[in-house]
Design a protein around this ligand. Structure first.
Ligand code: NAP
Length: 313
C-alpha cells in the first residue's frame, strides 16, 4: 500500500509498544517495532508490580515485560534495534530517520515512554554511578547496611524507598511538601517502616563527597534551615520527562513535552498515534499503557482501512 515499507511502525518497546505490536501482529497488520536499546522500558527496572491485573501475587517488572515480549513474538511481531532521531510526518508516508537508515510507514504509534527527571543540583551529574542513581533494582544491593537518601514523594519514590529498606539500614526520604503524592497503600507501608525517616518540606540542594557520595545537602523550604544528611547513596525519583525531543514539532506537545492526543490516541498528525507514558495522560501505569496501546492499534487499523478505501475509489 502507498509505497511505504510498513503499514505501521511502533516506536518504543515498553509495555505500550509491545501491546500495540501484539494487537497489530495479531490483526495481521504489516508492522515493525523499533527499540533503541532492549525492549522493556522503565518497568524493566521496577522491582515489583502489584497492580497489573492477573497477577494476584505481583510480578517483577522484568518478568512482566518478558511475558509481553513473548506474547507479541507469538503473533510474529518483528523488532529491530534502531533509534529514531527525527521524523517527517508531513505527507501520507511517514518517514523515520535512524542514523543512515530511513524507515517509512503508512502509520506510526509513538510509544517512547519517559525517562527519570533530574534534580539539576550540584553533584548529581558528577556522582552519577558513584552513589547517585535512578534505579533501586539496579543499585540497591550496593547499600547493604548503609544509609541512603531517596528524593521525591510520588509512587516511584515511595515504592522504591521501601525496596531500598531490604538492603539499607536507613533511608531518608526527602520530600518537598508535607504530604506524599503516592498511593495511600504505599504511604501506609512507608509510614510503618522503621528504616525510613521522611524529611518533610525539604529539597536537595547538593550532593557531596570525595570520590563517592558522602553527604546530601537539604534545605527546609518553610524554615530555610540547611543541613547535610550523611548518606552513601542518593536515589532520585522526582517524576519523569516524556521522551519526545526527536519529534521536533511534528506533533503537538503539551507544556511538559507530553504528546497531546484525543481519546482515540490520535495525535495532531493524521495517521500518527500515541500510547503510554509519552502521552499527555493523568495516569501512567502499565495497565493504562496497555489500554492506550489497544486503542491506538484499533485506530491504526481503521486509519489503514480508510487509506485502502480511498485508494479503491
Ligand atoms: P510523580 O508522580 O510525578 O511524582 C514526582 C514526585 O517528585 C512528586 O512527589 C513531586 O513533588 C516530586 N518532585 C517533582 N519535581 C521535584 C523537584 N524538582 N524536587 C523535588 N521533588 C520533586 O512521578 P513518579 O513517582 O515517578 O511516578 C510517575 C508515574 O508513574 C505516575 O503516574 C505514577 O503513578 C506511576 N507509577 C505508578 C506506580 C504504581 O502504581 N505502583 C509505581 C511507580 C510509578 P510534589 O508531590 O510536590 O509534586
Amino acid at each position: 500500500m502507498r509505497g511505504a515499507d510498513y503499514d505501521c511502525i511502533i516506536i518504543g518497546g515498553g509495555p505500550a509498544g509491545l501491546t500495540a505490536g501484539m494487537y497489530l501482529s495479531r490483526a495481521r497488520v504489516h508492522c515493525l517495532l523499533l527499540e533503541r536499546t532492549v525492549c522493556g522500558g522503565q518497568i524493566l527496572v521496577s522491582d515489583w508490580v502489584e497492580n497489573y491485573p492477573g497477577f494476584p501475587e505481583g510480578v517483577s517488572g522484568a518478568d512482566l515485560v518478558y511475558r509481553m515480549s513473548k506474547q507479541a513474538e507469538k503473533f510474529g511481531l518483528p523488532v529491530e534495534n534502531a533509534e529514531v532521531e527525527s521524523v517527517d510526518f508531513s505527507g501520507p508516508v511517514k518517514k523515520l530517520f535512524c542514523g543512515k537508515k530511513t524507515y517509512t510507514a503508512n502509520s506510526v504509534i509513538i510509544a517512547t515512554g519517559a525517562s527519570p527527571r533530574r534534580l539539576n543540583v550540584p553533584g548529581e551529574q558528577e556522582y552519577y554511578g558513584k552513589g547517585v542513581s535512578f534505579c533501586a533494582t539496579c543499585d540497591a544491593p550496593f547499600y547493604r547496611d548503609k544509609t541512603v537518601v531517596a528524593v521525591g514523594g510520588g509512587d516511584t519514590a515511595v515504592q522504591e524507598s521501601l525496596f531500598l529498606t531490604k538492603f539499607a539500614k536507613k533511608v531518608y526520604l526527602v520530600h518537598r511538601r508535607d504530604k506524599l503524592r503516592a498511593a495511600r497503600v504505599l504511604q501506609e507501608r512507608v509510614f510503618a517502616n522503621e528504616r525510613v525517616e521522611i524529611v518533610w518540606d525539604s529539597v536537595v540542594t547538593a550532593v557531596k563527597g570525595l570520590f563517592n557520595v558522602e553527604r546530601v545537602s537539604v534545605k527546609n523550604v518553610k524554615t530555610g534551615e540547611e543541613k547535610d544528611l550523611p548518606a552513601d547513596g542518593c536515589f532520585v525519583w522526582v517524576g519523569i520527562t516524556p521522551l519526545t525531543d526527536f519529534l521536533k514539532g511534528a506533533v503537538d506537545l503539551d507544556a511538559g513535552g507530553a504528546i497531546a492526543a484525543n481519546q482515540k490516541m490520535e495525535t495532531s498528525a493524521p495517521g500518527v498515534f500515541v500510547a503510554g507514558d509519552a502521552r499527555n495522560t493523568p495516569l501512567r501505569q502499565v495497565a493504562t499503557a496497555a489500554g492506550d496501546a489497544a486503542v491506538a492499534a484499533l485506530g491504526v487499523e481503521r486509519y489503514l482501512e480508510g487509506l485502502e478505501a480511498g485508494e479503491k475509489l
